[in-house]
Ligand binder design. Sequence first.
Ligand code: SF4
Ligand code: SF4
Length: 441
Amino acid sequence: MFFKGFKGGVHPSDFKHYTKDFPIKEISAPDVIVLPISQHIGAPNEPIVCVGDYVKVGQCVATSAVFVSAPVHSPVSGVVKEIGTTINPQGIKVPAIVIENDGLDELSEQITPCNNLDLLTSEDIVRIVRNAGIVGMGGASFPTHVKLSPPPDKQIDCCIVNGAECEPYLTSDYRVMLERPERLVFGLKMIMKALNAAQGIIAVENNKKDAYKIIKENIDTPDIKVMLLPTKYPQGSEKHLIKATTGRKVKSGKLPMDVGVVVSNVDTCVSIGDAVEFGRPLISRIVTVSGNCFNNKGNYRVRIGTPIEHIIKEVGGFTSKPSMLILGGPMMGTTLYSTDVSVMKNTGAVLALGKDEINLHSAGPCLRCGKCVDACPMQLQPLYLMANCEIKDYEKLQQLNILDCIECGACTYACPSKRHIVQSIRIRKQEIVAIQRKVKQ
Ligand code: SF4
Ligand code: SF4
C-alpha cells in the first residue's frame, strides 16, 4: 500500500549510501564504561551498587521506585571504580557509574529467559519491559513500560513501528529491519499483546523497498501489515506517521494514545522482543557511524556507556579532521564539543562531518521569503516564531503555537539566510515548559 505525503517537509540529500550496505558489526567493549545513571525522561535513578562492587553483564546498577523511570544495567562484567559525574551530550554534568571492564563478560543471574511465551499476560510483558530498562530509542527516551500502560480510558487499537528513518545519514534501523525482521515482528506482537491491540503496522519509507519486502515475508499473521510511505523529511515524526498510516489526526496538545495509537522505534521494538524472550536488558544498541571524515563508516552494535572516543578509535579514526561531530542525525541531533561523552540508550548515530558537509555561513537577516513556512510540516510560521524568540515574547510565542513545533529543523534547512530557527525555538520551548510547570505547582 502507498500513501499520500503531508504538506510541508523537505528533501535533503540523504547520504545513506555511505553505510546502508554495511551489515551490523560489533564494536569491542571498552576497558572502562561510563554509564549515566538516568537515561530516560522521568524520575531520576539512584545507584544500587557501591564503589568496589563486582557487577555482571545485565545486572541492574541504578533504579527508581517511581513508575515513570527506567533502570540502568551494566553492559560489562567488572568492578565499580567510581560513582561520580560525567558530561552528557548536551554538555550538562550528570551522575554516572564508572565500571572497569574485566573482559570476561560474566552474565548476571538476573537475566532469565522466558520458559513459556504463550503463558505471558499483558502485565508480565509490561513488567519485563520495565525491568529491562527499555526506553524510546529513537531519541525521546520515554520509558516504554509507561507507553504500554495507558490510562483505562485510552483504548489502544493500533501499534505502529516507525521504520521511516527519514533523517539523513542514519541507516541503523534499516539494517535492523533487513537483518532481524523476525525479531521486529515478534517485538511488535509483544507490544500488541501488552496493549491488547488488534492491529500492528510497520511503516517504512519507499527508499527502503528491500526492507519492506523482507519484513512482509516474515509477517505470519493478518493482524500485522507493512506499509510503504513516501520519502520525505520528517516522515518519521509521530503525528505524520499516524496520519499517513491510519488517517487519524493527533490534534494540538494531544498524544498518539488520544487517537488509540502507540508508536515505537525499530530498535526499541526488537529490544522488547529480546527482553521478553531472552530476559535481555537494554545494554547495547545499533549506532550508525558515518560522515565524510570517518575511516570505517558502518552500522555497529555498541554497548551503552561506551565513550565516543573509543568508537572513533575502533573504527580507525578520521581520514581528515572533522568540522563537526554530531550525536544523532544532522537535522535533530546534538553537536558534540567533547568526545568524552558516552553512548546512551537514545544514541542512534555518531557523525563526523567535513566542511563540505556542513553550513559554514553565518546567519543573515530574514528575507521574508516564506520558505520556512512552506517547509514547516506543522503549518507553523517559523519566521515569526524566530522573531519572537529573539525578543523573548513568551505570550506571543504561545499564540503562535510554539509548543506544536516538533523541532524537525526543516525550516532551518530551507532558510536561504541560514538563520538558526530551530535552535532558537528549542531554547524558548524549554523555557515556556519550565514556566508552565512552575505555574502548576
Ligand atoms: S517550526 Fe518547528 S515544526 Fe516547523 S519546520 Fe521548524 S522545527 Fe519543524
Ligand atoms: S526562510 Fe529564512 S529568510 Fe525566508 S522567511 Fe523564513 S526565516 Fe526569513
